[in-house]
Design a protein around this ligand. Structure first.
Ligand code: SAM
Ligand code: MD0
Ligand code: SF4
Length: 363
């Protein structure tokens, strides 16, 4: 076990993971239940060694454009669920084009176009296709779409018009917990949308929440569920209780569980993209998540932007402090740096060829 390893053995373990060592459920159980700080630091160390083998000190940066906060769903964890009496907005094409022009000079690799399952777009998907076309024309960068569940025809149209990456998080692969979180939403349709997207050439991201009623066994089920998918990016986010939602009374857990799961994700998905979301704890939180083995920074929002994050630690701050420049300054202070655009294009091209790695039987 990691906790009994010396430095040489830790390096050897990282090399074994890079060479394809698969971890059993028992091993995952041990890692996820570690509480000793020194043991956990060893886990972070191995995760960084594995990450550095594939990506070195280079990080990818995604700008986040939440262009509509209307939604027809009522996810128990989400501030934007339809039952929550909040201010909402929907940007039009011109406003989105202006945001893209401002992003043109920023150091970002991809723009993430996110919305609630807004009927304005879900009932007339060509409206969303137009937005993707506009963003591609204005920015010329890879585009991630995070629209919720869309049908095969719409996913195909979006891809033909410039969408490169689909983000669609299962939250949990534990069906009982899923029913409590994504109320009334089909588990299978969500899985199908990612698999179909992968088949037609998208890169795909799946993700889970922690601190939302998932114990270690439930988390292991989710990790294995994500391994069954053919994803290129995997994430975990700590659940942040939101006012006006069914889970608002839940107390937020510390980010320790998220950090351990990020490291375990790195050991299970060695060469994949794993994000440090700024949504949760901003740039200070980014440092811990990168040190746990993440290699992407997401939810980057220009400081003068009035757009929402998904979870807004900075909603009441005078100014956002998760702009690209501030992110890069902190990265460099950590001895890390933004990857080249060319490296990101290479990753996307290789991943979207749809070569499905068949998981090796665990040892
Ligand atoms: N409506 C689209 C969807 O549901 O897929 C896109 C919205 S955004 C990507 C939604 C994601 O943000 C969720 O899948 C969840 O992983 C995360 N999220 C939402 N509310 C959260 C909260 N309160 N705490 C932590 N993560 C949250
Ligand atoms: C993030 N706020 O990365 C974004 C969002 C959606 N594809 C991503 C959850 O934290
Ligand atoms: Fe809507 Fe997405 Fe929030 Fe669920 S997570 S309520 S689908 S915006």
């Amino acid at each position: 076990m990691i906790k009994d390893m010396d430095d040489h053995q830790l390096d050897r373990f990282a090399t074994d993971i890079v060479r394809g060592l698969k971890l059993t459920d028992d091993y995952l159980r041990e890692l996820l239940s570690m509480e000793d700080t020194g043991d956990i630091q060893k886990l972070y160390y191995v995760a960084r060694k594995v990450r550095d083998h594939f990506f070195g000190n280079r990080v990818f940066l995604y700008s986040f454009v939440y262009f509509s906060t209307y939604c027809k769903n009522n996810c128990a964890f989400c501030y934007y669920n339809r039952c929550n009496d909040i201010q909402r907005y929907r940007l039009d094409s011109e406003e989105i084009a202006n945001i893209c022009r401002a992003l043109k000079n920023e150091n970002i690799h991809m723009v993430d176009l996110t919305m609630g399952e807004d009927p304005y777009f879900h009932n007339e998907p060509e409206r969303f296709v137009d937005i993707v076309r506009t963003v591609k024309k204005e920015l010329g960068l890879p585009i991630m779409v995070s629209p919720g569940v869309m049908d095969d025809r719409t996913l195909s149209m979006l891809h033909e018009n410039g969408a490169d990456f689909l983000a669609l998080y299962q939250e949990t692969h534990d069906r009982e917990l899923y029913r409590k979180l994504r109320i009334g939403q089909s588990f299978e349709r969500r899985v199908h949308a990612r698999e179909f997207a992968k088949k037609i050439g998208y890169c795909v991201e799946d993700g889970i929440l922690t601190g939302v009623g998932n114990d270690i066994e439930s988390t292991i089920r989710s990790l294995r569920g994500m391994q069954q998918g053919h994803t290129d990016m995997v994430r975990v986010m700590t659940f942040v209780p939101q006012e006006g939602t069914p889970l608002e009374e839940v107390s937020q857990e510390s980010s320790l569980s998220e950090l351990k799961i990020i490291s375990v994700l790195r050991l299970l998905f060695p060469g994949k993209l794993i994000p440090a979301s700024l949504d949760l704890e901003g740039i200070d939180g980014m440092v811990h998540r990168l040190n746990a083995g993440a290699n992407v920074v997401t939810s980057i929002i220009p400081s003068d932007s009035s757009l929402e994050g998904v979870v807004n630690y900075d909603r009441d701050l005078e100014e956002r402090d998760r702009d690209p420049k501030s992110v890069v300054i902190r990265l460099k202070a950590m001895g890390m740096e933004p990857a080249s655009q060319e490296e990101f294009h290479r990753f996307i091209k290789k991943a979207s060829t749809g070569i499905f790695e068949t998981p090796v039987v665990p040892v």
